[in-house]
Design a protein around this ligand. Structure first.
Ligand code: ATP
Ligand code: MG
Length: 568
């Protein structure tokens, strides 16, 4: 089910619960008035719109309270991490408009300190080397209703533990032969507290530390230490970590080091898409999409290529707010935010996606008029441009109907419409090929209506966009729909997985489109509105010789419509 917890437009200055905690702490002087957050991605995939929520929360809080926010790579798992992901994450956070100044950190830089702290834990009698296999450890753990069983290695002497742990580090044992575990409580009601593993043996090269280490820290151990080292005050994470918090606290208390406060918030879920990095990777690897930045992907790279502006994503994150309960946000709200932003910022141009040739019988051969067109009615500073008008034009195929019903107000035989910024034209004749397909319209224009109004006051019911044939540029236009057919792509029949819900019609490529000549030098990722059609963005594949545009969104705002209906 879709639940809306964001009211587009209805911004209040009320603080969300995380900001309230931060505000209270500032007031009480809990951290000496310091606010220090971090965004801690694991470099094992590209960032998506869910990460944007976390980025805007962490960086946004720092900005709002005069604090700092670090960008920290939580790179404790050597197997799935790559430099490619590090680079893309840095690019994406910057693109969103946030700045970590000189505070770019890597958890792997703290490996030695983490190791020393593990030694300290052993010395305090709070950690032990365990020889159980992964499978045995799992079986000893117990269940939600049954306590676990203590490891037979739990009571090793401190000396033996120190020696074995040093030898684990030295590479004396194969993968999985031993672990270092915290000595907490095997009958603790919270399973995370049942002597969790804090180090594992893994003879694998790390993308930054190479072969220096063959033991790697587990997430729960590493994360709090990273926060502590960096002097973080508020360690903001998603709800799944709520029952890891006691462990976060236990480690920092056991070491008696700087102890940030962990706060959990609900992660973002969106209809018709997925946020799991593992599943997004699958879409890429199995070639359901063209790559991480396929415009149908919910990744920041995908949204960027699709034409989303950083402002629209930040606005969306603001509108959805932050709370403690998981819910799913309607994708239409994201589109609403991008529309609002692009409406303010996008230059308007004319493009015809499915061209129908129009010949103006009474227009002088060879004449070209350069007519003035408004670049952005929402932004007077955007000025005007000239568009060419001449005898042969293109209009949109579906702006004409031969047997038009009463309610069809656009062009039809004998009917008159306005061409935007130009003249009234009337359709006099329909030209068909041997198969009966309409290939051309013969029309006449009224020279008295230049600029779009008739001096005799007669009205037309439609204004069409158009381009002049001779000066038009050819373009390819890619239209996108949701990548999945179901609101919840995970909802499948037995034995199927989410790929069963992939929308086979999520990409439609139109070639032979015609766009106005002002688009000649369009740069990749440049955004515009094609009048009456939607917002579009030049694809990185686009060149001066071959223009390619992606449709960001149509103009129809289903979200705004829904809100209006609900208010009635
Ligand atoms: P993984 O399963 O690999 O841990 P992840 O999506 O949690 O996947 P991280 O790189 O650990 O990826 O995420 C970085 C930060 O972004 C974390 O603090 C995480 O809580 C947050 N985050 C991830 N997904 C979402 C989401 N859908 N909504 C809000 N925050 C998210
Ligand atoms: Mg994570």
């Amino acid at each position: 089910m879709t639940e809306h917890n964001g009211q587009a437009g209805a911004e209040t200055e009320r603080l969300d619960f995380v900001r309230q905690i931060v505000a209270d702490d500032c007031k009480s002087g809990k951290w000496d008035g310091r606010v220090h957050t971090r965004f801690p991605p694991e470099p094992n995939g590209y960032l998506h719109i869910g990460h944007a929520k976390s980025i805007c929360l962490n960086f946004g809080i720092a900005a709002q309270f005069g604090g700092k926010c670090n960008l920290r790579f939580d790179d404790t798992n050597p197997c799935k991490e790559e430099q490619e992901y590090v680079d893309s994450i840095i690019h994406d956070v910057r693109w969103l408009g946030w700045d970590w100044e000189d505070r770019l950190y890597f958890a792997s830089d703290y490996f030695e300190q983490m190791y020393q702290w593990a030694v300290e834990l052993i010395q305090k009698g709070k950690a032990f080397v365990c020889d159980l296999t992964a499978e045995q450890t799992r079986r000893h753990r117990g269940t939600l209703t049954e306590p676990g069983t203590e490891s037979p290695y739990r009571d090793r002497s401190i000396e033996e533990n120190l020696d074995l742990f040093a030898r684990m580090r030295a590479g004396d044992f194969p993968d999985g032969a031993r672990t270092l575990r915290a000595k907490i409580d095997m009958s603790h009601p919270n399973i995370n507290m049942r002597d969790p593993v804090i180090y594992r043996i893994l003879h694998a090269a790390h993308h930054r530390t190479g072969d220096t280490w063959c033991i790697y820290p587990m997430y729960d151990w590493a994360h709090g230490l990273e926060d502590s080292i960096e002097g973080i005050t508020h360690s903001i994470c998603t709800l799944e970590f709520e029952n890891h918090r006691p462990l976060y606290d236990w480690f920092l208390d056991a070491l008696a080091v700087h102890h940030p406060q962990q706060i959990e918030f609900a992660r973002l879920n969106l209809t018709y898409t997925l946020m799991s990095k593992r599943k997004l990777l699958r879409l890429v690897q199995d070639k359901y999409v063209s790559g991480w930045d396929d415009p149908r992907m919910p990744t920041l790279g995908g949204l960027r290529r699709r034409g989303f502006s950083p402002d629209s994503i930040r606005k969306f994150c603001k509108v959805i707010g932050v709370n403690k309960f998981n819910s799913t946000i309607d994708y239409a709200l994201l589109e609403h935010c991008v529309r609002e932003d692009l409406n303010r910022t996008s230059p308007r141009v004319m493009a015809v996606l499915r061209p129908l040739k129009v010949v103006l019988s009474n227009y002088p051969d060879g004449q070209v008029e350069w007519l003035e067109a408004i670049n952005n009615p929402e932004d007077p500073a955007a000025g005007t441009r000239k568009v060419p008008f001449s005898k042969v034009l293109y209009i949109e195929q579906d702006d004409f109907m031969e047997d038009a019903p009463k309610k069809f107000f656009r062009l039809a035989p004998g009917r008159e419409v306005r061409l935007r910024y130009a003249y009234f034209i009337r359709c006099d004749e329909v030209v068909k090929d041997a198969d009966g397909t309409i290939i051309e319209l013969r029309c006449s224009y009224d020279p008295a209506t230049r600029g779009g109004d008739a001096p005799d006051g007669r009205k037309v019911k439609a204004t069409l966009h158009w381009v002049a044939a001779e000066q038009a540029l050819d373009a390819e236009v890619r239209l996108y729909e949701h990548l999945f057919t179901k609101e919840d792509p995970e909802q499948t029949e037995d034995g199927q997985d989410f790929t069963a819900n992939i929308n086979p019609d999520s990409l439609q490529i139109l070639t032979g489109c015609k766009v106005e000549p002002s688009l000649k030098d369009t740069e990749p990722l440049q955004r515009c509105q094609f009048e009456r059609l939607g917002y579009f963005c030049a694809d990185p594949d686009s060149t001066a010789g071959k223009l390619v545009f992606n449709r960001t969104v149509t103009l129809k705002d289903t979200w705004a419509k829904l809100q209006k209906k609900q208010k009635k």
